[in-house]
Write a protein that binds this ligand. Structure first.
Ligand code: URA
Length: 226
């Protein structure tokens, strides 16, 4: 049970003060009846605002098909943000909705976003070896030597440790499928660059147990929490 004013403000609907105004205007109902006092403790699932159930009151996990050109940042000065592709209200949620790791501005594909801190940790910690699968369009072919170097781990410029074993295979004439277990800065582009190959386009198709499937660029869908 939670106070309605706390609940509505944590879910980005309004400030705690405005919650009482919503109640005064009979826009908040609990089990179908208008709620008089915003300080009342309620079961989140029983609350409606303007007749609509609350959005993801128990936590939020979504998969977004990130298009090229948007950035994984909370700072408007960085350009067009991935958060602009999601409902505006989510930007006021507390706990904050963040990306699970990042994709570069020029990378497209599967991006997870959540307000569940432990999930972010579980999916991004290198200790957990969560596989991430990318399709990389290259300016050349992946030779057996490149595949061996990926599988043995590469020491990338500026890093202290070699990369964890990764696999790579050609799936189309200029497209390789790569599976990595970490999420280092520009990792896939840097791994190919270390082998003399340039990545012309990069697209993530899988993150752990989650597959992008047929989700269209810029679209999102929710996933079960927990
Ligand atoms: N590797 C990269 O180089 N870029 C990404 O966005 C993700 C992995």
């Amino acid at each position: 049970m939670r106070r309605v004013d706390q609940l509505l403000s944590a879910l980005g609907y309004c400030s705690r003060k405005q919650a009482q105004e919503l109640c005064d205007d009979e826009r908040v109902t609990v089990d179908g009846a208008p709620l008089a006092r915003a300080s009342t403790k309620v079961e989140p699932r029983s609350v409606r605002v303007d007749g609509e159930p609350l959005e993801f009151p128990e936590g939020l996990v979504v998969m977004l098909h990130k298009p090229v050109g948007v950035v994984c940042s909370h700072d408007d000065r960085d350009g067009r943000l991935v958060y602009e592709l999601l409902p505006e209200r989510w930007r006021r949620r507390d706990p904050v909705v963040t990306t699970v790791g990042r994709l570069d501005k020029d990378t497209s594909g599967l991006l997870l976003l959540t307000d569940q801190g432990p999930l972010v940790h579980r999916l991004t910690s290198p200790k957990h070896h969560v596989p991430k699968v990318y399709r990389a369009t290259l300016d050349g072919q992946v030779s057996p030597e490149v595949a061996t170097r990926f599988s043995q781990g590469l020491l990338l410029e500026g890093d202290d440790e070699p990369t964890l074993p990764a696999s790579v295979t050609m799936v189309e004439p200029k497209v390789a499928e790569v599976t990595v277990q970490e999420g280092r800065y520009h990792q896939v582009r840097r791994m190919f660059a270390a082998c003399g190959l340039h990545v012309q386009a990069l697209h993530r198709v899988r993150f752990g147990e989650f597959e992008l499937g047929s989700l269209a660029p810029g679209e999102w869908r929710s996933l079960p929490v927990g």
